[in-house]
Design a protein around this ligand. Structure first.
Ligand code: HPA
Length: 278
C-alpha cells in the first residue's frame, strides 16, 4: 500500500479552500489551462482576482518562460471561470501526479468542465505554423500516468478513455470557429515527456502512430479530468512544424512568437465557448 499522494484529493481540498479565501466562493462554469504564450486570455477576464501559484498550498513555483504561474478567477463573457496561466510539466522534474494536480484543484473548486490549451508542433502535412487544432484524442507517450498509486476518493480506478475530449464540446467549438471565421484544424495530440524537441525519426514514428501534433503537456491533466468525470475541451496552437518537417531548428522563441500571432483568435474562440456553455 503506497502512502497518500501529496497531489491527491486531500491536498486538492486544502488548496481549494485557500483559493476560495482569496477569490470568493462563486462556482466556475469552467476551469481553463492556458498553455505557453496563451496566457493573454487572462486579460479578457473581468473583475479578475489573481493568485500567484506560489501562494497555493501544494503548488511549486513555475519556471518556464512564457508561463506566468498565476491563477485568475473572474468572469469571461459574463460567466464565472478560473484560469491557470501556467502549468506543471513532468520535464521540470515534477511527478505526473503534480502535472495533474491543478485539475484536481479546479475540480475541488467546483469546475466540471476543463478547457486545456497548449503549444504544439505540427506533424500532419497540411498543418501550418499558426493553425489552431481542435484536439480530438491524445496519445500518452510520456511513459507516466498521474493516477498511479493509491486510489484517490472520487477517482475511477480504471477510467474509461474512449472519449477523452468531449464530442459535444468538439462539435460546439467547430461551430463557433465557423461563426467567428476562425480556421480550425483537428487532430490527435501526441504527448511526450520532453524537454528535448523530437528528432526527425521520432516525428515520423509519431506520424505512423497517428499523432497530428506533438507537445509536452496536457496529457496528465486530461487523464486526471477523466478520472474525475470532468468533460474536456482542448485546443492546440500549432506553433511550428515538427522536427524534420520544419526547414529550420526549433526554438522556444519561435513557439512564443507564433502564440503571440494567433492569441486573439484563440481567445475569441475560448470566450465564445464559455459564453455558450450550458
Ligand atoms: N515538439 C514538442 N513540443 C512542442 C513543439 C514541438 O515541436 N512545439 C511546441 N511545443
Amino acid at each position: 500500500m503506497s502512502a497518500p499522494s501529496p497531489y491527491g484529493f486531500a491536498s486538492a481540498r486544502l488548496a481549494a479552500s485557500a483559493i476560495r479565501q482569496r477569490i470568493g466562493t462563486e462556482l466556475p462554469v469552467a476551469g481553463i489551462v492556458l498553455g505557453s504564450g496563451l496566457g493573454g486570455l487572462a486579460q479578457r477576464i473581468v473583475a479578475a482576482v489573481s493568485m500567484p501559484f506560489g501562494d497555493v498550498p501544494g503548488f511549486p513555483t513555475v519556471t518556464v518562460v512564457g508561463h506566468a504561474g498565476q491563477l485568475i478567477a473572474g468572469t469571461l463573457a459574463g460567466r464565472q471561470v478560473i484560469a491557470l496561466a501556467g502549468r506543471f510539466h513532468m520535464y521540470e522534474g515534477h511527478d505526473a501526479a503534480l502535472a495533474g494536480f491543478s485539475v484536481r484543484v479546479l475540480h475541488a473548486l467546483g469546475a466540471r468542465t476543463l478547457f486545456v490549451s497548449n503549444a504544439a508542433g505540427g506533424i500532419r502535412r497540411t498543418f501550418r505554423a499558426g493553425d489552431l487544432m481542435l484536439i480530438r484524442d491524445q496519445l500518452n507517450l510520456t511513459g507516466r500516468n498521474p493516477l498511479v498509486g493509491a486510489l484517490e476518493p472520487g477517482d475511477e480506478r480504471f477510467p474509461d478513455m474512449s472519449e477523452p475530449y468531449d464530442n459535444e464540446y468538439a462539435r460546439q467549438l467547430g461551430a463557433h470557429a465557423l461563426t467567428l471565421g476562425i480556421p480550425l484544424q483537428e487532430g490527435v495530440y501526441g504527448g511526450l515527456l520532453g524537454p528535448t524537441y523530437e528528432t526527425p525519426s521520432e516525428v515520423r514514428m509519431l506520424a505512423a502512430l497517428g499523432a497530428d501534433a506533438v507537445g509536452m503537456s496536457t496529457v496528465p491533466e486530461v487523464i486526471v479530468a477523466r478520472a474525475l468525470a470532468m468533460r474536456v475541451a482542448g485546443i492546440s496552437c500549432i506553433t511550428n512544424l515538427a522536427a524534420g518537417i520544419s526547414p529550420h531548428p526549433l526554438s522556444h522563441a519561435e513557439v512564443l512568437e507564433t502564440t503571440t500571432r494567433v492569441a486573439s483568435r484563440f481567445e475569441a474562440l475560448v470566450e465564445r465557448f464559455v459564453e455558450r456553455l450550458a
